[in-house]
Design a protein around this ligand. Structure first.
Ligand SMILES: Cc1cc2nc3c(=O)[nH]c(=O)nc-3n(C[C@H](O)[C@H](O)[C@H](O)COP(=O)(O)O)c2cc1C
Length: 343
């Protein structure tokens, strides 16, 4: 197994068997309360949570975040996640396709996501760091073709790279590479973090580069700096809790919506339907989740994933009814209050 495949395998093991969650920092969603509406004048059955994802209709404002591919066991995980995505009619991302740039050995672990997910949107994935080492930016086109991707995700993970043994620590030139990728790929580009968050100024820069979507992937859920210290045998890591909380990143980046049209994804520590509802209320178009979905798969397979997310979507609808929100647009109309204002 190549080093890249080994690492992906180890990441799955750590995310299932150990706990790489933030220790002190939270998403900040608990700092917000919904303004309860005791007179909603709505029929629960008419609450509408369908959303648009780059022109495709999806049944809930939710994405199964990019996780895996590129080693033998990833076939099973990706097949199950893809079937769950198909059942729920929601988009799904594959994990980093970096391994495919080296050889075709585990191509099926990515392709299977397209094969099993029917017509739902499928997202490719590559690290900003890997873009730097590409001789030809159009190599990424192959990664899109393998899974007939509807969009390509570029992940930024400087805190992870700094903690990872042998991580790539020269980050110069990634912005320029993203800009050329935007120009050369036929599909929209989404840029995400992996759990340390994207600040408003960075989002602004990314939009100037031409990206079509931003997934803030903020702090409060899985810490990738933590995953790497667990991989290093649990070394002392003062950056375990590094990053900007998800709620803050969403609220701030949403302010850019008045000037630009882009898809805003809230992720990093999304753990419930109420978190999804708060994300949308703070200005996100959709929410996304990674490790909680993996853990549901590990415990109860495809059914586990479907049951978890179906419950979240049902709870999202309940939160919408209780705030008098018939649809997602209405949920964004000042439905939240800061907890500090309640007392
Ligand atoms: C097992 C696992 C593997 C991941 N691999 C990738 C990856 O290859 N590419 C990527 O962009 N993000 C990857 N992520 C990061 C997630 O997409 C997400 O941004 C991060 O885990 C925070 O979300 P969470 O708190 O819901 O887990 C991975 C996450 C998990 C749990």
């Amino acid at each position: 197994m190549s080093k890249i495949s080994q690492r992906k395998d180890e990441h799955i093991r750590i995310c299932i068997d150990e706990d790489p969650s933030f220790k002190i920092k939270t998403t900040g969603f608990e700092e917000y309360e919904f303004i309860h509406n005791a007179l909603p004048e709505l029929d629960f059955d008419e609450i509408e949570i369908a959303a648009d994802f780059f022109g495709k209709k999806i049944s809930a404002p939710f994405l199964i975040s990019c996780m895996t591919g590129g080693f033998a066991e990833a076939d099973n995980i990706n097949a199950a996640l893809a079937e769950a995505a198909k059942d729920l009619n929601i988009p799904i991302g594959v994990g980093s396709q970096r391994q495919l740039l080296e050889n075709d050995a585990f191509e099926n672990s990515f392709r299977i996501v397209k094969d099993k997910s029917g017509d739902v949107p499928v997202l490719g994935n590559i690290g900003g760091q890997q873009l730097l080492s590409l001789k030809n930016i159009t190599d990424v086109k192959r990664l899109v073709d393998v899974i007939e991707a509807d969009a390509m995700v570029v992940h930024l993970n400087p805190s992870q790279e700094l903690i990872q043994k042998g991580g790539d620590t020269n980050f110069k030139g990634i912005a320029e590479k993203i800009e050329s990728l935007v120009k050369s790929l036929p599909v929209p580009i989404i840029v995400k973090e992996v759990g340390a968050g994207i600040a408003k100024e960075t989002s602004k820069r990314l939009l100037e580069l031409g990206v079509s979507g931003i997934d803030v992937a903020g702090a409060g859920g899985t810490s990738w700096s933590a995953v790497e210290s667990l991989a290093n045998g649990g070394d002392d890591n003062p950056f375990w809790d590094w990053g900007l909380p998800t709620s803050y990143c969403v609220k701030e980046t949403a302010k850019l919506k008045s000037d630009s049209d882009f898809l805003l994804i809230a992720s990093g520590g999304i753990m419930s339907g109420i978190d999804v509802a708060k994300s949308i209320s703070l200005g996100a178009d959709i929410a996304a989740s990674a490790r909680p979905v993996l853990l549901a798969y590990d415990k109860n397979g495809i059914e586990g994933v479907i049951n978890l997310l179906a419950k979240w979507f049902d709870d999202l609808k309940k939160a919408m009814l209780l705030t008098g929100s018939k649809n997602l647009f209405s949920l964004r109309e000042n439905k939240l209050i800061k907890k500090s204002e309640l007392f």
